[in-house]
Design a protein around this ligand. Structure first.
Ligand code: HEC
Length: 427
């Protein structure tokens, strides 16, 4: 059946996925500000176990601890959270990065987590002591990825400065630059045995690097678009890369032969993880679904049937106002009573509504404390200079609509649209 086994529930693009050590739990982070925990023991009938929506921004990175019970998440809001997958509790919030956190790695013993951030630093946090241990400074630009060495003594990191750097975990000192690439590097994996790293770069290169010599040991792929994701199963000796071109390639780590190639109809692959017995992959990207793909034995990918993700819909023929809403708001807001798990509250009935009053939605304190009532004027103000100006501290992203004509058209359309819904209060 097409799409069987897919994980459906996110209200925005999927940015990160990871598998629990037993191979039957999946965690997924999304642009919708939430992380979801799925039970995939019965792969054909996955079950959503928990939804965490405490971050104030997209969830870019997720990892499950070796105990299988806890997970860590990293977000656009700069925070790293330690979560209990069983109870749903937020056990700790690690605060310190100045900009978004884009990758996380947990040490092999499960005691430490390292976070990679666009603030050009990495931070090593003690999960047991719940505190910052070291700030790793040296990258000249945004840091995109980090991994622990297989023995847990070192961290390798990389980013837009195209350098792979090696750090000592015990004191956070930089050891050396292991490799310099011609292009920024997006993803890293530490291969079993401790002597090699796999990386994927902005210019589409996917390769295996010998750490000691700094030489490329195997060139695995050269694509036209950036490599955006990597997954590895040390146990099952498989490595996979996902790219901006929508291609997922699976490689056999014994002899580096290609195992399988997938051309994903939904576009870029932002997130990848192996599950089960290393014969299945879960992949995430632009559409809101985490897609299930059993690639061994040679099963074809089965695209989900049904409505095509809204971000692929052509918007020609729409009025100016509707087009503005489709492009700038619809990824985070519905106009129907159901918010569809999107990042923001539904705007159903928003005209005349007091800010921050929709039951059940986790508003920021800033919006809860404001005494704004939404109408054409206040929504106009919200986007004339950007939400941060009207409501400092809101978790709505920085976004302006400086073109007054487009802004007014969008507001008029929104008002009309919400007015035409039956049985709701309008201004
Ligand atoms: C990336 C996601 C995102 C985008 C894009 C976005 N919003 Fe929001 N919006 C949010 C979030 C999150 C909140 C809740 C803010 C808070 O609690 O501080 C919000 C809150 C709101 C509110 C207040 C609702 C209430 O119940 O008080 C309005 C009005 C709103 N958005 C309108 C818009 C419009 C119009 C656009 C397009 C021009 C837009 N938003 C684009 C995420 C988004």
């Amino acid at each position: 059946m097409p799409g069987q086994g897919d994980l459906k529930g996110h209200g925005g693009p999927v940015k990160s996925v990871a598998t629990s050590p037993d191979g039957v739990g999946i965690v997924s982070g999304s642009f919708d500000y939430s992380m979801m925990y799925w039970d995939v023991a019965d792969a054909a009938n996955p079950a959503l176990r928990k939804r965490f929506s405490d971050h104030d921004g997209a969830v870019n990175a997720v990892a499950v601890l070796p105990d299988g019970r806890h997970a860590v998440t990293g977000s656009d809001d700069g925070m790293v959270r330690l979560l209990d997958l069983k109870t749903g509790a937020v056990e700790h919030v690690f605060e310190g990065h100045d900009l978004k956190v884009v990758d996380l790695a947990v040490s092999p013993d499960g005691k430490l987590v390292v976070s990679a951030s666009w603030d050009r630093t990495l931070r090593i946090w003690s999960l047991a002591e719940r505190r910052l241990l070291h700030v790793l400074k040296g990258h000249r630009n945004t840091v995109n990825a980090a991994v622990f060495s297989t023995d847990g003594q070192f961290i390798y990191s990389t980013g837009t400065d195209a350098a792979i750097r090696k750090w000592k975990v015990s004191d956070g000192s930089e050891q050396r630059v292991v490799y310099r690439n011609g292009w920024g590097i997006n993803v890293l994996a530490a291969l079993p045995g401790g002597r090699e790293l796999a990386f994927g770069a902005l210019n589409g290169t996917a390769a295996v690097l010998d750490i000691e010599s700094g030489e490329i040991a195997h060139q695995l792929a050269q694509r036209d678009r950036p490599i955006l994701s990597v997954a590895m199963s040390a146990e099952h000796k498989v490595l996979a890369f996902g790219g901006g071109d929508g291609i997922v390639s699976v490689h056999d780590m014994n002899d580096w032969t290609p195992v399988k190639l997938l051309d994903n109809p939904y576009g870029p692959i932002w997130a990848l993880t192996f599950a089960g017995d290393g014969d299945t992959l879960y992949l995430g990207g632009l559409d809101d679904t985490v897609h299930y793909w059993q690639f061994r034995p040679g099963r074809d990918f089965e695209p989900a049937r049904g409505k095509f993700p809204r971000r692929f819909q052509a918007d020609e023929g729409l009025s100016v106002g509707e087009r503005q809403f489709a492009r700038k708001c619809s990824v985070c807001h519905t106009l129907s009573p159901d918010d569809a798990n999107r990042a923001g509250p539904t705007l159903y009935g928003v005209f005349g509504r007091e800010a921050g009053t929709l039951p059940g939605y986790p508003y920021s304190k800033a919006l809860l404390d404001s005494d704004i009532v939404w109408n054409a004027e206040t929504i106009g103000k919200l986007f004339e200079k950007g939400p941060q100006h009207l409501v400092p501290g809101t978790k709505m992203p920085l976004q302006k609509m400086s073109n007054a004509e487009e802004r007014d058209a969008m507001i008029a359309w929104l008002k009309e649209k919400t007015k035409s819904l039956p049985g709701q209060a309008t201004e």
